[in-house]
Design a protein. Structure first.
Length: 366
């Protein structure tokens, strides 16, 4: 009788695992149909590629690194895995955490313009729970830092975890990656250590596969809403994605940043000329993205420029051309793309709190 119950239980678990696999295939088919409805051939091709990239990201993180008792800091982006507004100047790292446990975060800061940690919620009204900026002031004389993630910080530096928190996300911006010392990030579980990893069971894998399928579906309405809103006012670049904006929340916008966003449309033009005057800030950049909010190819094309790479005007503003005839400086290469998203970032502003953010001036070149 015991053997029969065990066999029945295994059959049920196997059926659930296969059902989860079918759910994943269904979500991939839905993503493909959504992406293939793009207006331009390059958008359709990049849309299906984006689905594969996002699937790889979700599968790696939700299946292989989804263990808050054994936190692992993993690199989230690369030139071939660019997701939802990621900066070409930034390396992003992430680790699973649990609000029921306590963690020590430590490493060396390096000399990057911005090093930060942001805690994300998996449930609740908002997805960004808090941000910790690693400044020189929180480091010792050798550049080492530490802070804590806990539901009770007990007076220590760090971020408070509430019941919805499930992930810590690190950002490291660079003006010149080859000449800067990169930071390091380590997340250490405190308290009772985790035992050795158990063998994978069917029920656990089924749950994680369903999380991947859910992720493939969730992003579609949010990205569609963001793109539709921007396309209503083409070639305008204005303050966008403040913390109250649903797009800011869904795509985990950083509270350390002011974003200007817009939709660039080169159809019938010889390019766009964008002029903007940044406030005093630790980091400034302008970047173009494709229809899927991916950083456009930056290994062989200039699709992102930061303040160290741009030539300023006499008044301190910058004028950058998008598309059109190639320029020796301050030019972003749209290479066979006719439209997409543009973003200007001002990170760690140093002007007075509450100072306004003027829109960029956009001149259509004919």
């Amino acid at each position: 009788m015991t053997a029969e119950l065990s066999e029945s239980s295994n059959d049920t678990a196997t059926d659930e695992m296969l059902a989860a696999w079918g759910d994943l295939l269904s979500s991939m088919e839905g993503f493909a149909q959504w992406a293939a409805a793009g207006e331009h051939a390059v958008d359709r091709a990049e849309g299906l590629r984006h689905g594969l990239r996002y699937l790889g990201h979700l599968a790696e993180y939700l299946i292989e690194h989804n263990d808050p008792c054994r936190p692992e800091v993993t690199l989230a982006n690369s030139p071939v895995r660019t997701l939802y507004g990621n900066s070409a100047d930034c390396s992003y790292y992430m680790s699973r955490i649990s609000p029921k446990r306590e963690y020590r975060v430590w490493g060396q800061r390096g000399d990057a313009p911005l090093v930060s940690a942001q805690v994300h919620r998996y449930s609740g009204d908002t997805r960004v729970a808090g941000t910790f900026v690693v400044t020189d002031e929180v480091c010792d004389e050798d550049g080492n830092y530490e802070f804590y993630l806990s539901s009770d910080l007990r007076g220590r530096l760090g971020l408070t975890l509430d019941e919805g928190c499930g992930e810590v996300y690190f950002r490291h911006y660079s003006y010149r990656p080859g000449s800067e010392t990169a930071p390091t990030f380590f997340v250490e579980l405190l308290g009772e250590p985790a035992p050795p990893r158990p063998a994978l069971d069917e029920a656990t894998l089924a749950r994680r596969i369903r999380l991947v399928a859910k992720g493939m579906r969730l992003v579609q309405p949010s990205l569609t809403s963001l793109v539709d809103a921007l396309r209503k006012r083409p070639n305008q670049i204005v303050a966008a994605w403040d913390p109250e904006d649903p797009a800011f929340d869904f795509f985990y916008g950083a509270t350390t940043q002011t974003y200007l966003g817009g939709w660039w449309d080169l159809r019938g033009t010889n390019g766009l000329e964008v002029t903007f005057r940044p406030p005093p800030a630790a980091f400034v950049s302008i970047q173009i993205f494709n229809r899927w909010f991916e950083a456009m190819e930056y290994r062989d094309h200039v699709t992102n420029l930061n303040a160290a790479q741009m030539r300023p005007n006499e008044d301190g503003s910058f004028t950058v051309r998008i598309g059109g005839d190639p320029q020796p400086v301050n030019w972003l290469d749209a290479f066979e793309h006719e439209e997409g998203i543009v973003m200007i970032r001002y990170i760690l502003r140093r002007d007075e709190p509450g100072s306004g953010t003027p829109p960029a001036e956009v001149r259509v070149l004919r």
